[in-house]
Design a protein around this ligand. Structure first.
Ligand code: ATP
Ligand code: MG
Length: 567
């Protein structure tokens, strides 16, 4: 490709709403253009990058035995009514009617459509397993489309769906997809972890998210510095915390504590570590048709993890309880404890089970209990409630956990029979009995990955693409197009490389050298070859985009260097 012919409308400034490097550089480099909120077009360079990512995903999915299909973006609402999701999916699902008043949706995901494709076409366990996938457009009317391609409303996803005759076979495919995704993200050169997602609401541990570790991620994740353990903050576990100091030994007693209620004051009053105190977090739990006050008890040195608390309570949402709510529930704010607590639902963190020498509220103004032992509570009172923090210990190996940010690039999921039973999609098993399919689903944010590549690799000048994803590997820049010798040499080299099907672009524009170099750095080609002043001495300059290192190369040694670059 010649730059003089390429449509890549580069700009000096980014739109005001572009806050992240990927958004700024994709627009400024002319990779994408925006047509509306969360709606983007891929321009020539963006399309090349997108197709390269798509090709890696396709190769690995095909290798794993999945078959590519293409499903429609417009889906009849009828299918969504069959699965029961039409009413519960919320506003992200865009609904509309055609001229005959038939209802449709724009597909945000395709479980319903694929289940409809497979039902009545696959009838026997002998035809299973089957894995169908597509790399196609999705539409989700996101509440806050932002960060360019990272959270669009229209975006491209690889979505795969597998069908099995047993949960064991589904688990096998799930593990295979974990390996396949690992291959894909490794090939793309990304630093990532497969994390245990929050699966409380769906039950089981049948879901994993693939997170690229990046400063600008929207998700908080904990990763171990020794082993591969990684988890979303909502699902993270830790090795049980143990005390760093001696316990305050005391017999069980009610103690007068006339202090303003806080863990800090309590620790000062008794001169103890917050580890030995019990903190009450009072929440209002919202259910479908009612609300209820619930108390969650954790150690004074810990914090309540809201999603864990919500999962334990089974509520749709947890909101702050105000003073009146607390009073009406018969609770004494600031002095609430689990001992003798009646008529209120409460949960205790697992780590407090059978602990001794604790201090907690006595459910009476200005009184605490000391010497408390956590026995005699029913097992169902206990749940994992604490938020794991930086420095806590890994539940797998005891290593140190650190808190980082991640961007979700993939999600694998064991769905089980949820959609197949709702939609009457069944097969005959070995005993001739009809059973709903066991299903899995597996997504990758293909267009999101274009932006993720930049979030993972850029500097203040622009994008830094690696070989796997670069729009072109080498940009040959003619320093001064009016210099015939420079032009002739560069053009000949370009034509030769092009004939060898190398990914090369020639900047043959009649522009200042500085301008062309800036554009080259903004777009982020891995290498630039400058044919400039030194050419009279038989030399050209090779620039490595990642390191910005310049190397003067004799034109007689150029072939070898180019071989290294193109590999
Ligand atoms: P998120 O929590 O980021 O909204 P999700 O849980 O809704 O993601 P899935 O339904 O699992 O995502 O979709 C599979 C993949 O599609 C995600 O891992 C993500 O990479 C990508 N994706 C989801 N929503 C968007 C979006 N609005 N724009 C771009 N990519 C998206
Ligand atoms: Mg989402």
């Amino acid at each position: 490709m010649r730059f003089s012919k390429l449509f890549t409308p580069t700009t000096k400034d980014a739109p005001k709403d572009a806050l992240l490097p990927s958004h700024i550089f994709l627009i400024r480099g002319g990779f994408i253009s925006q047509t509306g909120s969360g709606l983007y077009n891929f321009l020539p360079l963006g399309k090349i990058v997108l197709d390269k990512i798509r090709a890696v995903v396709k190769e690995e999915m095909d290798e794993a035995g999945a078959q590519e299909i293409s499903m429609g973006v417009v889906n009849p609402a009828e299918l969504w009514q069959q699965s029961g999701r039409y009413d519960v999916y919320g506003k992200e699902l865009l609904r509309f009617k055609d001229r005959k008043e038939n209802e449709f949706v724009l597909g945000p995901t395709h479980e319903e459509v694929v289940t409809d494709i497979v039902r009545n076409r696959i009838n026997s366990y002998k035809q299973l397993p089957l894995h169908l996938y597509q790399i196609n457009t999705k539409f989700r009317d996101e509440a806050r489309p932002r960060f360019g391609l990272l959270r669009g409303r229209e975006f491209i996803m690889k979505d795969g769906y597998s069908f099995h005759a047993s949960t064991e076979d589904l688990k096998r495919e799930f593990d295979l997809m974990e390996q396949t995704y690992t291959k894909i993200f490794t090939r793309l050169g990304l630093k990532f972890r497969a994390v245990a997602a929050d699966s409380g609401a769906i039950g089981g541990s049948g879901s994993k998210e693939f997170m690229v570790l990046a400063k600008n991620g929207e998700d908080d994740i904990l990763i171990c510095d020794k082993c591969l353990y990684a988890a979303n903050i909502e699902a993270a576990k830790r090795e049980k915390k143990i005390a760093a100091v001696e316990p305050p030994k005391a017999d069980f007693a009610k103690f007068h504590t006339p202090i303003p209620a806080s863990i800090e004051n309590l620790c000062k009053f008794f001169n103890i570590d917050a580890f030995y105190t019990v903190k009450a977090v009072i929440k209002k739990a919202i259910y479908k048709d009612r609300s209820e006050i619930i108390v969650f008890f954790v150690r004074g040195c810990d914090s309540l993890q809201e999603v864990k608390a919500q999962n334990a309570s089974g509520a749709l949402e947890l909101v702050e309880a105000n003073d009146e709510d607390v009073k009406n529930a018969g609770l004494v704010g600031g002095f609430c404890g689990p001992i003798g607590l009646e008529n209120v639902k409460f949960f205790i963190d697992n780590e407090l089970k059978e602990e001794k020498n604790l201090i907690c509220g006595a459910n009476e103004q200005d009184y605490h209990y000391v010497g408390v032992s956590m026995f005699n509570f029913k097992p169902e009172r206990y749940a994992d409630l604490v938020e794991v923090k930086e420095g806590d210990l890994c539940p797998c190996c005891g290593g140190r956990l650190s808190l980082t940010k991640g961007i979700e690039v993939g999600h694998i999921f064991q769905l089980g029979q949820k959609y197949s039973s709702a939609m009457n999609a069944a097969f005959l098993d070995q005993n001739g009995k009809s059973q709903p399919f066991f299903m899995g689903c597996y997504g990758i944010g293909v267009s999101r990955l274009v932006a993720v590549m930049i979030e993972a690799n850029h500097d203040d000048k622009g994008c830094i693409w690696n070989k796997q994803t670069a729009p072109y590997l080498l940009d040959i820049i003619i320093s001064n197009v009016k210099n015939e010798a420079q032009s002739e040499f560069a053009t000949k080299l370009y034509e030769e490389l092009k004939a060898q099907k190398k990914e090369v672009i020639l900047d043959d524009r009649n522009e200042r050298f500085g301008f062309k170099m800036n554009v080259c750095e903004l777009i982020g080609f891995p290498y630039a070859l400058m044919v400039g002043i030194e050419f009279d001495e038989g030399k050209v300059e090779l620039v490595n985009r990642a390191t910005l290192e310049k190397e003067s190369v004799s034109i007689y040694e150029l072939d070898d260097r180019l071989k290294e670059i193109f590999g």
